[in-house]
Design a protein around this ligand. Structure first.
Ligand code: NAP
Length: 254
C-alpha cells in the first residue's frame, strides 16, 4: 500500500481523494492536509489532518515520520507558500510530487480585463478603473484596500475577515460558491458595481462572475497567478490519476 499525502483546501483535492479511493481502493492510504482556515470544510475521502507543518523542515519531518510515499499538491493556485514548501520538502526527502493545478481563466471577446501582478497593485489601480467595486478575494487580501479612500466596496468571502482588516467603506458578503450567472448579474446590478477585482483562480465554480461582468460591460481587475512550481503538473483529476496509476503499480509489483 502507498501512503499519499494530498495538500488540500480546494474542490480538486476533494475530487481527487474521492476518485483515487474509488479507483485504487486499499492500494492507497490517503491523507488530506488542510490549513484549517475554513471552519466547516468539505470533508474529503480518507484521513484528514489540520494545521500548518511549520515550514519546510516541519513538512519534511512529517513526510518521513508518517512514511508518506507520494505528495499530491492540490492546494489553491494562490497558495504559493505551501506549494513552495512542498517543492523544497519533497526535494529534501526525495518524495515524488505532483502539482494538480486547475487552468487559469483566459479573456474572451467582450471581456475588459486589466491585468495586475498582486492584490496590492489591484488596489492602487482600482480608482482609475471604477468607483463601486466588487472584490472576490480572500479575507487576508482585504487590508490592501484600506488605501483606496472612500470608494464603496463589497467583498464576498467564505469566512468572516478579521475586523481590523476590513476597510471602513467595505460591506462583507459571506457566501460559498458555486454561483450562477443570473445571481451574479442580480448582485452586480443591486449594488451598481462598476468594477470587479478577482484573482485568476480558474475553475467553473467561480467563473459565473466573469460572464456576468462580460454581459454587463463591467471591467475586471485580474490578479495574475504566482509562477508555476517546477516538476510534474496536471490540470485536472483525471490527469492526476493517470500520473499516479503507474507509480502505484510499480510498488504493488515490486
Ligand atoms: P499559503 O499562503 O500558501 O500558506 C501559508 C501557510 O499555511 C503555509 O506555509 C502552511 O503553514 C499553511 N498551509 C497552507 N496550506 C496548507 C495545507 N493544505 N495543509 C497544511 N498547512 C497548510 O496558503 P493560503 O493561500 O493561506 O491558503 C491556505 C489554504 O487555503 C490552502 O490549503 C489553500 O489550498 C486554501 N485556499 C487558498 C485560497 C487563496 O486564494 N490563497 C483560496 C481558496 C483556498 P506551515 O508553513 O506552518 O506548514
Amino acid at each position: 500500500m502507498k501512503r499519499v499525502l494530498i495538500l488540500g483546501g480546494t474542490g480538486e483535492a476533494v475530487a481527487f481523494a474521492r476518485a483515487a479511493s474509488a479507483e485504487f481502493g486499499p492500494s492507497v492510504d490517503l491523507v488530506t492536509s488542510l490549513a484549517g482556515r475554513t471552519k466547516a470544510p468539505t470533508r474529503p475521502q480518507g484521513a484528514v489532518r489540520v494545521g500548518g507543518f511549520d515550514g519546510v523542515s516541519g513538512l519534511a519531518d512529517y513526510l518521513s515520520t508518517e512514511e508518506i510515499d507520494i505528495v499530491i499538491d492540490a492546494t489553491h493556485p494562490f497558495a504559493a507558500k505551501m506549494t513552495a514548501n512542498a517543492v523544497a520538502a519533497c526535494d529534501l526527502t526525495h518524495k515524488p510530487r505532483l502539482r494538480l493545478d486547475r487552468p487559469a481563466w483566459t479573456a474572451v471577446p467582450g471581456d475588459d480585463w486589466h491585468a495586475v501582478s498582486t492584490v496590492a497593485e489591484a488596489a492602487v489601480h482600482l480608482p482609475e478603473i471604477g468607483s463601486r467595486a466588487f472584490l472576490t478575494l480572500g479575507s487576508s487580501d482585504l487590508a490592501a484596500f484600506k488605501t483606496v479612500p472612500g470608494m464603496p466596496l463589497w467583498a464576498r468571502m467564505i469566512e468572516a475577515p478579521e475586523p481590523g482588516d476590513v476597510p471602513p467603506q467595505c460591506t462583507v458578503i459571506r457566501a460559498r460558491g458555486p454561483f450562477a450567472e443570473n445571481d451574479e448579474v442580480t448582485l452586480l446590478r443591486a449594488h451598481r458595481i462598476d468594477v470587479l477585482v478577482t484573482k485568476n483562480s480558474g475553475g467553473d465554480a467561480a467563473a459565473a462572475k466573469l460572464s456576468a461582468c462580460r454581459s454587463l460591460g463591467i471591467p475586471v481587475v485580474m490578479v495574475a497567478r504566482p509562477p508555476d512550481p517546477p516538476g510534474d503538473r496536471v490540470p485536472d483529476v483525471a490527469a492526476a490519476l493517470n500520473w499516479l496509476r503507474p507509480r502505484l503499480l510499480l510498488t504493488i509489483s515490486s
